[in-house]
Design a binder for this molecule. Structure first.
Ligand SMILES: [Zn+2]
Length: 175
């Protein structure tokens, strides 16, 4: 028997395929966030654990005005990350959605990570609403002056208004 999350994944896949030609960032976000809320309702201990680890975070970080240009093109996120290969395991289904939500919601700057030099920094805010920069690749966390910093509590995607005010520019989109 297929796991309930893989069934849920198939529903998502179908919906994305049906809407493929008209999918923009906003619609994709809506579909994915609705999917996370459906996962939340599944009464299964393991599913709840996965929801808590990977998806619950997004309940608190959706800024409708944040029109982020994803670092990977929308086409790549949809056709490669979501639709190209079905997840092999049910937990991978959740992680795939988490990864795409992250791309859609968190601004990626053109600042190269000074710790690993291999990736560009994401722009986040801490509990005090101060800009913090993080690296997806090495996990480095830096303050606005580029110094390594400790963070208490969670970081959330920085609002576009703050990013603009700080004069941070986006990483050019890879097509
Ligand atoms: Zn790094």
């Amino acid at each position: 028997m297929s796991h309930i999350l893989l069934e849920k994944w198939k529903e998502l896949e179908e919906e994305l395929k049906v809407q493929r030609s008209s999918l923009d960032r906003e619609t994709l976000l809506k579909i994915l966030l609705r999917w996370t809320q459906e996962v939340k309702k599944i009464k299964d201990e393991k599913v709840q654990e996965l929801y808590h680890s990977y998806l619950e975070y997004f309940e608190n970080c959706f800024f409708p005005e944040n029109n982020i240009t994803p670092w990977y093109s929308l086409k790549e996120l949809i056709d490669v990350d979501l639709l190209n290969r079905p997840p092999l395991t049910y937990d991978r289904a959740v992680i795939k959605v988490r990864d795409v939500l992250w791309e859609l919601l968190v601004f990626k700057s053109d600042i190269l990570c000074p710790c690993c030099g291999d990736d560009n920094l994401r722009v986040m805010v801490n509990n005090d609403n101060i800009l913090i920069f993080t690296c997806d690749l090495c996990g480095c966390i830096l303050n606005e002056s580029g110094k390594k910093t400790d963070v208490n509590g969670k970081l959330y995607p920085a609002p576009m208004s703050m990013i603009r005010l700080a004069g941070i520019t986006a990483n050019p989109v890879l097509l």
